[in-house]
Design a binder for this molecule. Structure first.
Ligand SMILES: Cc1cc2nc3c(=O)[nH]c(=O)nc-3n(C[C@H](O)[C@H](O)[C@H](O)COP(=O)(O)OP(=O)(O)OC[C@H]3O[C@@H](n4cnc5c(N)ncnc54)[C@H](O)[C@@H]3O)c2cc1C
Length: 339
């Protein structure tokens, strides 16, 4: 266990973590950032980011986060390639356990661990993510003007993504493994009534065609009239195989917030595992000294710019809290004024 007690530890090195690190470092708190397994976070999975303020010609996702880290380091932030596997937030200073067994202690903590989009498990998806395969229609829909795209999923977020994509795509095909949607009635109706959306019922995506140079060129789908075709394939049943032409594929089967290490702590998580922050515009978690930023506390927007925004808010909130702690400690130790 390290003897040093840090003022600020930031867990996560996506946009939210970098932004918090820049603010905390400029305020002289010498933050330590634990990068987790994916230094740079989800933006490293995409090629061009066209909607981040200040880049009229777009910017590569990887370049954006690499520059964010450089900027934070230039002010004194220190990055360590470790993952937090457990946390004791029941008393201050807080104790965090790293994946090499070491522990670190800190007065203030910012959690910016993001929410990972769930992947389907189709062949070639690792290679094609960010090259025509995406988990974010708001981010990448505009790359598919006039083309056909697939959306995989059957819940509200799939309907939302599909409806958004109709602004650009010729036709949006929703691939769903059953003949009935999980989406709410209103969202399902909106999608079903939209003439630019078609449903591929009882169908699943099994492989993505294309290359990083050419982008997505198509998809291999399987269908069974009674649904769940891949499960049936595994059980040796016959299925219909379909080669499908499309330029883009969007996964919309939900996100998993990276909060496993918080499960035994008093931090409030919602039913899906997102961190619940106090009401109002704040990053406070309800545990004094612990703040949350980015996608891990924001299930609605999940954009780089909003993650950067809440990252800066978390650092400012923590700075104010640390200053208040110091002031009250000074007041307690100061000699009483003479009458
Ligand atoms: C393919 C794709 C394209 C996208 N395109 C755009 C776009 O064009 N524009 C846009 O605005 N947004 C885009 N997004 C969304 C954007 O990437 C996210 O909103 C943003 O990355 C969220 O930042 P974050 O810092 O909250 O989380 P993340 O980027 O998810 O970063 C989380 C960080 O936490 C770390 N971590 C996780 N668990 C632990 C742990 N236990 N210990 C230590 N570290 C941990 C991870 O290693 C990672 O570094 C895209 C997303 C994807 C997947």
């Amino acid at each position: 266990m390290s003897e040093e007690i840090h003022d600020v530890v930031i867990v996560g090195s996506g946009v939210a973590g970098h932004s918090a690190a820049i603010y905390a470092a400029r305020a002289d708190f010498e933050p330590v950032v634990y990068t987790g397994e994916d230094p740079g976070g989800q933006l490293t999975l995409t090629t061009d980011v066209e909607n981040f303020l200040g880049f009229p010609d777009g910017v590569s996702g990887t370049e954006l986060v690499q520059n964010g880290r450089k900027q934070a380091e230039s002010f004194g932030a220190r990055y360590e390639h470790r993952t937090i596997v457990d946390a004791d937030l029941s008393e201050r200073p807080f104790t965090l356990e790293l994946n090499n067994g070491d522990t670190v202690t800190t007065r203030g903590l910012i959690i910016a661990t993001g929410a990972s989009a769930r992947w389907v498990g189709a062949e070639n998806e690792d290679a094609m993510m960010g090259y025509g395969l995406s988990t974010c229609a708001t981010c990448d829909g505009a790359f598919h003007r006039g083309n056909d795209v697939l959306v995989v999923g059957g819940g509200d977020s799939a309907m939302e993504e599909a409806l958004f994509l109709t602004k650009f795509a010729e036709t949006v095909y929703i691939v769903h493994r059953r003949e009935e949607l999980r989406a709410s009635e209103i969202m399902a109706r909106r999608a079903e009534e939209n003439e630019d959306i078609e449903f591929l019922w009882n169908t699943e995506l099994v492989a993505i065609e294309g290359s990083r140079d050419e982008g997505v060129q198509g998809a291999k789908l399987v269908r069974h009239p009674e649904g769940h075709p891949t499960e049936r394939m595994e059980n040796g049943e016959g299925v219909e195989e379909i080669d499908f032409d499309c330029s883009g594929i969007f996964y919309a089967i939900g996100h998993t917030p990276n909060t496993e290490f918080l499960e035994d702590t008093p931090i409030a998580l919602d039913e899906d595992g997102y961190i619940e922050t106090e009401s109002g515009m704040t990053t406070e978690t309800g545990i004094e000294g612990v703040f949350a930023a980015g996608d891990v506390m924001d299930r609605d927007y999940q954009q780089a710019i909003t993650a950067a925004g809440t990252g800066s808010m978390a650092a400012l909130d923590l700075e104010e809290w640390l200053d208040a702690q110091e002031e009250s400690a000074t007041a307690e130790t100061a000699p009483a004024a003479a009458d």
